[in-house]
Design a protein. Structure first.
Lengths: 390, 357
């Protein structure tokens, strides 16, 4: 009774990632500095070889990834609660379950690389460097929000991070445009343009593949395939659900999006490809969202509850990493518990501030229409009301 | 001899053609096409981050030859031919602007911009606001707008009202060569998204250019209208090719001792209300003239603005609009002619406004 999408995620995981080697062990009960794991296989399209299934992670990095994923999870949970208590309004698309994608990719990129994504953007806004308090305050519409409350959930921007885009698929050509600018300037950096399984059928995505391949743009097209485009399972929307092949002449690969180390390795591979001037690559990450499409979708009318529970129990990215770390003594259960508590405290504090901070004064609504413009009159809601745009 | 002359012409790298007019020894003439070409050339020379992309802009020299010579001069990096994928390449252009370049995105005609309009409005126009000033989009969208000759309904729409509707966008509509050069240069230098609507039928029309207009630093400010001809009895306000229509009508009316003031809007958004209102206060009569459809058009907006301003008390007649007929553009020549406003429409409407005949 599980949907094909969940089956796909599970099918890709031929074997549960196992620990196979412990490096630099000092003693049986001692914490180690580094460990190596095996990921599941990557599916390849027009590639002779793919990323390595053998992945090594240092203790510091592993704990960093754990903390980042946990922060996203707690932040999204808090956002969900704020939405239910009507402090957040409008759209709110939660990333819970998909944390390994943002954290894993960010682990293989640098802050000099560029990222653009669609509306399920809170996790990415955080990994790109915006503190959770400014994300939550944007969601609650306060002036301490990353866009002063003027953008909301889908329009948060940061350093080399272009949102947060509300129109499905529009961010993909934008991402290739950013890559064009990087190439134009002679930079070695890449742009990562993310989209979902729903957006993958958009015409403009194919137009973008065409130009990116023609012009050898350093763009990694990432399809975050979570099995559902809103309420429509992938098989009902796509004649081909092999999203990593949809670029045809663009080489592609698919990785397990619930394994942060697999995502990191795949991204490393793709980034190296793009940086070497070989043109674009498609990276499909098979992932899953626990929540509905947005807060107005319970997420249970089109998929069985058992499927969601099964994913949480067996494929959760945070639990998966925790189990790995503990199993090879990269970290102890206690210190990970401490991270959990620290993150919870940080997010709780951020929530309080997001609830308490004021909104922008109304006069400021007229600002930010044009840049570098002397102040000008802007019409209000009646012929006798004008604001000044500064 | 003739062959040598032709050879000399072909070898010339100059884009300018200078003719000495009878009236002034230093006045130059330039077609609108050459003015646009010069604007792009000067701005690309001045700023490395300015580049041009669109269909046929490079190796074909531009569908209407507006970008002639630019690819030969600047190469593949700065002048890019795109596939016929408006939504894709407009989005790519916008993305490149977000990342710090200054793209000029050409639509072969603005009719095709409809395929990309989401990128113009949602990705370009609104982003500075949505990001509360964090993310700029210094892009120019340009191309021919409105009716051409015999190209029928899908290729003849005027988009001034559609783009003029949206906050966050600047929209300019040049008439003369001076307008074209100065406005396009201003648009390219403007760090905001600008839509520059040209007119195919005007590309070949030559206008006198002052010495100032010929200089590399010549800019026409966005948001300021130009009074092309002063008058006292009635104000005619227009944009693009229709400005020429108004000037013709004004000449006809002058013979009957009716003196019209002709205003060339130059910019649709932000519109120069002050010039309009001052003129209406002077003449007490206003007729708007445009090629686009009447409903929700540029003229309709002008009427609303005047109604709500203190110029209303100065009106001696309702504000009238002369527009394209409210139909999709027919192909047959007679029908097409009847669909677009002519001087007789303007003359008749001015006289109605003045309660003459």
């Amino acid at each position: 009774m599980l949907s094909c999408a969940a089956r796909l995620v599970r099918a890709q995981i031929q074997s549960k990632p196992t620990a196979c080697w412990v490096v630099a062990a000092r003693g049986y009960a001692d914490i180690v500095d580094e460990a190596t794991f095996t990921t599941s296989e990557y599916a390849l399209h027009k590639l002779d070889e793919g990323p390595s299934q053998t992945v090594t992670v240092t203790r510091d990095d592993a704990l960093k990834y754990y903390r980042q994923m946990q922060t996203i999870r707690r932040m999204e949970t808090a956002a969900g609660n704020l939405y239910k208590s009507k402090v957040i309004r409008g759209f709110c698309h939660l990333y819970s379950g998909q944390e390994a994608c943002a954290v894993g990719m960010e682990a293989a990129l640098t802050p000099n690389d560029h990222v653009i994504t669609a509306y399920r953007a809170h996790g990415w806004t955080y990994t790109r460097g915006v503190p959770p308090v400014n994300i939550l305050a944007e969601l609650t519409g306060r002036k301490s929000g990353v866009a002063k409350g003027k953008g909301g959930s889908m329009h948060m921007y940061g350093h080399n991070f272009y949102g947060g885009n509300g129109i499905v698929g529009a961010q993909v050509p934008l991402g290739a445009g950013i890559a064009l600018a990087l190439k134009y300037k002679g930079s070695n950096d890449v742009c990562v343009a993310l989209y979902g399984d729903g957006a993958a059928n958009q015409g403009q995505v194919f137009e973008t593949y065409n130009i990116a391949k023609l012009w050898d743009l350093p763009c990694i097209f990432v399809c975050e395939n979570n099995g559902y485009g809103m309420g429509t399972a992938v098989e009902r929307a796509s004649a081909s659900t092999e999203y990593y092949t949809r670029g045809d002449y663009v080489p592609g690969l698919r990785a397990d999006g619930m394994d942060v180390l697999a995502v990191r390795e795949a991204t490393r591979f793709a980034a190296e490809w793009c940086r070497s001037g070989k043109g674009p690559m498609i990276l499909e990450v098979a992932t899953y969202r626990y929540s509905g499409h947005s807060m107005s979708d319970p997420g249970t009318s089109y998929r069985p509850r058992e499927e969601i529970q099964e994913m949480r129990k067996t494929r959760d990215p945070i639990t998966g990493l925790r189990e790995r770390l503990i199993s090879v003594n990269l970290a102890t259960a206690e210190e990970m518990k401490q991270i959990d508590l620290d993150v919870r405290a940080e997010i709780d504090k951020a929530v309080e501030q997001a609830k308490a901070d004021p909104e922008l004064p109304v006069e400021e609504m007229y600002n930010d229409i044009f840049v570098d413009e002397p102040p000008f009159k802007v019409r209000g809601t009646n012929p006798f009301m004008y604001g000044m745009s500064k | 001899m003739a062959a040598l002359q032709t050879l000399a012409r072909r070898c010339s790298t100059s884009i300018l053609k200078r003719h000495f007019s009878v009236s002034s020894p230093v006045a130059a003439q330039m077609t609108v096409r050459d003015a646009l070409n010069t604007a792009m050339n000067e701005e690309m020379k001045r700023d490395e981050s300015v580049f041009l992309l669109g269909e046929e802009v490079a190796e074909y020299d531009g569908a209407y030859k507006v970008s002639r010579g630019l690819w030969r001069k600047y190469g593949d990096k700065r002048v890019m031919d795109t596939p016929i994928t408006e939504m894709g390449f407009a989005g790519i252009a916008v993305g490149s602007a977000m990342a710090g370049l200054k793209p000029i995105c050409e639509f072969m005609t603005f009719n095709f911009s409809m395929q990309a309009i989401d990128q113009v409005i949602n990705s370009a126009a609104k982003t500075y606001y949505m990001s509360a000033g964090k993310q700029t989009v210094p892009i120019v969208f340009r191309g021919p707008n409105g009716a051409a000759a015999g190209v029928a309904a899908q290729h003849s729409q005027c988009f001034a009202a559609w783009y003029g509707h949206c906050p966050g966008l600047k929209v300019v509509s040049p008439y003369s060569s001076e307008d074209a050069k100065g406005l396009l240069k201003s648009a390219i230098r403007d760090p905001n998204p600008v839509v520059c609507m040209e007119n195919e039928l005007m590309y070949g029309t030559a206008f006198e250019m002052s010495d100032e207009a010929m200089s590399e630093e010549f800019l026409v400010p966005i948001g300021k209208a130009k009074i092309e001809r002063e008058g006292t009895h009635c104000t005619l306000v227009s944009h693009s090719k229709s400005v020429g229509l108004c000037l013709e009508a004004a000449q006809i009316l002058e013979k009957e001792n009716i003196f019209c003031e002709v205003i060339n809007l130059r910019t649709i958004r932000p519109m120069d209300e002050e010039t309009l209102i001052n003129s209406v206060k002077k003449t007490n009569h206003l007729v708007t003239v445009e090629g686009g459809w009447p409903q929700f058009g540029v003229g309709a907006e002008i009427v609303a603005k005047v109604m709500e301003s203190d110029a209303f008390d100065y009106l001696d007649a309702p504000v009238y609009r002369v527009t394209g007929a409210d139909i999709p553009m027919p192909y047959a020549a007679t029908l097409e002619r009847a669909t677009l406003p002519g001087t007789q429409d303007v003359v008749l409407t001015v006289k109605k406004s003045l309660h003459i005949q």
